[in-house]
Design a protein around this ligand. Structure first.
Ligand code: 5GP
Length: 205
């Protein structure tokens, strides 16, 4: 029985290329990549989402970590696990460059949906932030839409949920739904040659 699944850079690239065909329909204005696993998929997606004679889709980075218990004020409890924001959007800097999320189609990118805790936290906090900003600017009539993309969704009971409306309307996309094995991504490899060889052996190239 395979317990560790090796994924090559080629495979990540192909999954993003395939997913971009679906994501194009959503017409994202900007991406929010959850670090560090969402960074490389987001960058690859941008290549395939680029429209001729149009600007590249901007990518903003956020960082989240899961902890059992840290006992600090910066921790927010989500479905039994605690999420720490290690990096968040700088709304001040974004405003200076005339970028905001209000009324936009926002694509959230991560590498894997495991317990769903991270995605649930990211989405609900971003929704709260947008609501707050829209109220401040008197722009609550503008509709902001979120779409979540992950390379892999693990087929297992989740600790947190995403809005039913998001799932039903096709604004959640996992390139592959896989059994609950550990997935080894290429950017974590110490020996990329050996890693790629394992991925090829498993048919994940
Ligand atoms: P969550 O449980 O919140 O859905 O996932 C939290 C994070 O755990 C993911 O963003 C990812 O960084 C990490 N993670 C969970 N399962 C795996 C896995 O199979 N492989 C790797 N490399 N990271 C994982």
């Amino acid at each position: 029985m395979v317990e560790k699944v090796y994924i090559s850079y080629n495979h990540v690239h192909k999954l993003c290329q395939e997913a971009a065909e679906v994501i194009k329909e959503f017409n994202p204005h900007l991406m929010i990549a959850i670090g560090g696993g969402g960074f490389i998929p987001a960058r690859i997606l941008r290549t395939f989402l680029k429209k001729e004679n149009a600007k590249n889709i901007p990518i903003q980075a956020i960082g989240l970590s899961l902890y059992e218990d840290l006992g600090t004020d910066t921790v927010v409890e989500t479905a039994g696990l605690e999420v720490v924001r290690t990096q968040w959007l700088d709304f001040g800097a974004m405003a200076e460059h005339s970028v905001d999320l209000i009324g936009k189609n926002v694509l959230i990118v991560d590498e894997v949906d495991d317990t769903r805790t991270t995605l649930h936290y990211a989405l609900s906090e971003l929704e709260k932030d947008v609501q707050e900003q829209a109220e401040k600017l008197g722009r609550t009539d503008e509709v902001t839409k979120f779409f979540i993309f992950v390379l892999h969704n693990k087929d297992k009971p989740k600790r947190a949920q995403l809005p039913k409306e998001m799932l039903d309307s096709g604004r959640y996309l996992a390139a592959r739904t896989v059994p609950d094995y550990w997935i080894a991504y290429p950017w974590e490899a110490k020996d990329i040659v050996e890693h790629s060889a394992q991925a090829i052996k498993q048919g994940n190239d």
